[in-house]
Design a protein around this ligand. Structure first.
Ligand code: MF3
Ligand code: CO
Length: 254
């Protein structure tokens, strides 16, 4: 794993702060009647104003039918991950998950939020709260001297205790000069297993849960990942630096 020095972790802070500010702003502007493309354009304008660089636009892993067309992933209700910023119109009560990564000063940060447009419903609020609690538990487990499985099991335990569907095919990852680096950070695992956590490790931790079962389906576009049973999904993510004095959340929002 590519470990960062304390100085490099400091250099990553502007990227983390920028990504956090865009997500905060998107949450404020998101409203029924807007399209997912409108959200994407809002973020794109913020990227241009800040002199930042999108790491999504044009990204083309083998599973995508075409290069990624936006600067955000916008996943609504049953869509969990990699939702394309389409002409879909936001509706009251939608559970909105937005995933955003960008490069500032040559460093990348990656973060995601989930929230519900009013009127809120208990089921969606609970799903969002539990997914956030899983991220908090995982960050608390991101301690030098522990193991990767401590992080993975923290996520899995919070999700399973709440009765939610979890699929470990997609999870977290190292972050640094590029968005996706080693190591993989699975959303299921066993405590005290896996690689040792070292100071200087910078990882995106990203639990995503489904209100129903563990299965998912992928849209014909090759990108959008949905719960197989159509149940609601939520996804939250932070970029976290492991230091000798504890985890530092680089994408923390005020
Ligand atoms: N940011 C996502 C993640 O958390 C990946 C987005 S892939 C892209 O790993 F193609 F949309 F950029
Ligand atoms: Co990520």
């Amino acid at each position: 794993m590519g470990l960062k020095t304390a100085a490099q972790i400091e250099q990553m802070r502007p990227a983390g702060r920028f990504v956090a500010s865009v997500l905060t702003s998107l949450r404020e502007v998101a409203a029924p009647g807007m399209t997912l493309k409108d959200l994407d354009e809002h973020a794109h304008a913020m990227i241009r104003d800040a002199g930042a660089r999108s790491v999504y636009l044009g990204y083309h892993p083998e599973f995508g039918a075409a290069p990624y067309p936006g600067v955000l992933c916008t996943s609504i209700n049953d869509a969990a991950l990699h939702g394309l910023p389409s002409d879909q119109v936001l509706a009251p009560g939608d559970l909105v998950s937005i995933d955003f990564a960008a490069e500032v000063d040559g460093w990348v940060a990656d973060s995601a939020i989930s929230f519900q447009l009013p009127p809120t419903t208990p089921d969606a609020q609970r799903l969002i709260a539990v997914t956030s609690a899983a991220l908090d538990a995982a960050i608390a487990a991101a301690r030098v001297g522990g193991r990767m499985g401590d992080i993975s099991s923290a996520i899995g335990q919070v999700g399973r205790d709440a009765g939610y569907g979890i699929n470990a095919d997609f999870g977290g990852h190292g972050v640094g000069r590029t968005m996706h680096e080693d190591p993989h950070v699975p959303n299921l695992g066993r405590r005290r297993s896996g690689q040792r956590l070292k100071a200087g490790l910078v990882i995106a931790i990203e639990p995503w849960f489904m209100a129903g079962g563990d299965g998912y389906v992928i849209d014909p576009d090759g990108w959008t990942i949905r719960s197989a049973d159509g149940s609601l999904t939520a996804h939250v993510e932070h970029t976290v630096a492991l230091t000798d004095t504890g985890p530092v959340v680089l994408t923390a929002r005020d």
